[in-house]
Ligand binder design. Structure first.
Ligand SMILES: Nc1ncnc2c1ncn2[C@@H]1O[C@H](COP(=O)(O)OP(=O)(O)OP(=O)(O)O)[C@@H](O)[C@H]1O
Ligand SMILES: [Mg+2]
Length: 361
């Protein structure tokens, strides 16, 4: 267990800025997830933490000790990658204990740690098998076992589950959580999957083009996204947006959208004339029978273009005039393309972002 701190970290590859002014303090035992689109600098940041990549400027410290110039093997960090790179000719026991044997630990200590890790990961019955005789999930667990036995100060994971099918991913995700609750090792976990980020993280770091957009708990980034980028990245189906200008007539505020339609906004606190992106989540749109919304609600109508029945809910894609919106409906009603539907949204669930800066207003 250890604290990890990155201060003003930059990474350039020639003229390519891979990571820009990265500042983050990770608490002891914390599980932090880096999430963001492909190429945003997640792996590069992780590799700098591991010492596999030099830092162009800035500092990295582990438990208060600057590690910029410390060799990877002396940082007391264990990293698990997407491809688990097991030794095909060694059995599970020997794969897990490989690093300990290289360190020439006493035999009984190696056996003790390896058996402990195998027990935590449910690999006890598979110790004699070779990687070729294991499923993808089992191989992934062996790779994790190899990291656990080293009892490192910090675990680094780079998309460790992305080679697995959806069902196994889900199962391994739950196992990652249990594992962390048991060993409590400070963890930095990289993924481009926002669901994985939301479900695993104590805190999420959302990255975009080399910089941090927001750091927060899953609840904070979902409820109070700091930017339109975060708002569109977190949540599934993604948040809906309408672009336009805030207008006032008497006490009534409205959004004049680019396409000329007008949306009445109940209790909007944004100044008249501001160009905004108005955001609202599919799960906050309640299907309604009337166009007139209840107090403190906003009404949006749309013509259904796609109906996706999911069993427990139906996802409706609609043309709302100002653009396409996606709504969710939990209930028995059936829908047809072309049908007009109305949604009511609580005004306190609307998000306003400055059109120019993308920042939350
Ligand atoms: N060795 C390298 N030489 C030059 N450019 C690099 C190198 N490694 C990474 N980059 C660039 O740095 C940026 C960040 O890459 P990085 O691998 O950190 O992204 P990522 O967020 O991990 O993406 P992904 O989700 O696809 O794995 C990208 O623009 C990438 O092309
Ligand atoms: Mg990567």
């Amino acid at each position: 267990m250890a604290e990890v701190r990155l201060e003003g970290v930059h990474k350039l590859f020639g003229s390519v800025v891979a990571v820009e002014d990265f500042n983050l303090s990770i608490g002891s035992s914390e599980f932090v997830v880096f999430v963001g689109p492909s190429g945003c600098g997640k792996s590069t940041t992780l590799r700098m933490l591991a010492g596999l990549e030099d830092v162009t400027s800035g500092s990295i410290s582990i438990d208060g000790r600057a590690v910029n110039n410390v060799h990877p093997k002396d940082r007391d960090i264990a990293m698990v990658f997407q491809n688990y790179a097991l030794y095909p000719h060694l059995n599970v026991f020997d794969n897990i204990s490989f690093g300990l044997r290289a360190k020439r630990l006493p035999k009984d200590e190696i056996a003790k740690r390896t058996n402990e890790a195998a027990e935590i990961l449910g690999l006890g019955d598979l110790l004699k098998r070779r990687p070729g005789e294991l499923s993808g999930g089992q191989k992934q667990r062996v790779a994790m076992g190899r990291a656990i036995v080293r009892k490192p100060k910090v675990f680094l994971f780079d998309e460790p589950l992305s080679n697995l099918d959806a069902k196994l991913r889900h199962k391994m995700r739950a196992e990652m959580k249990i594992l962390h609750q048991r060993v409590q090792t400070t963890t930095v976990y990289v993924t481009h999957d926002q669901v994985e980020a939301m479900t695993l993280a104590d805190r999420i770091v959302i990255m975009n083009e080399g910089h941090i957009e927001q750091v927060g708990t899953p609840d904070e980034v979902y409820k109070h996204p700091a930017s339109q980028f975060v708002a569109s990245f977190i949540g599934s189906p993604a948040m809906n947006f309408a672009t336009g200008r805030i207008e006032a007539s008497g006490k009534t505020m409205s959004l004049r959208t680019d396409s000329g339609t007008s949306l009445d906004l109940a209790g909007c606190g944004v100044a008249e004339g501001t160009m905004v992106q108005l955001g609202f989540r599919p799960e906050h749109m309640e299907l309604a029978d009337t166009a007139k919304p209840a107090r403190g609600h906003v009404s949006i109508a749309g013509s259904i273009t796609v109906v996706e029945p999911m069993g427990h809910e139906t996802v409706l894609t609609c043309d709302a005039g100002f653009g396409e919106i996606v709504g969710k409906y939990e209930g028995e009603r059936r829908f047809q393309p072309g049908e007009t539907v109305k949604f009511h949204i609580r005004a306190d669930r609307l998000h306003y972002f400055d059109l120019k800066t993308g920042l939350r207003i």
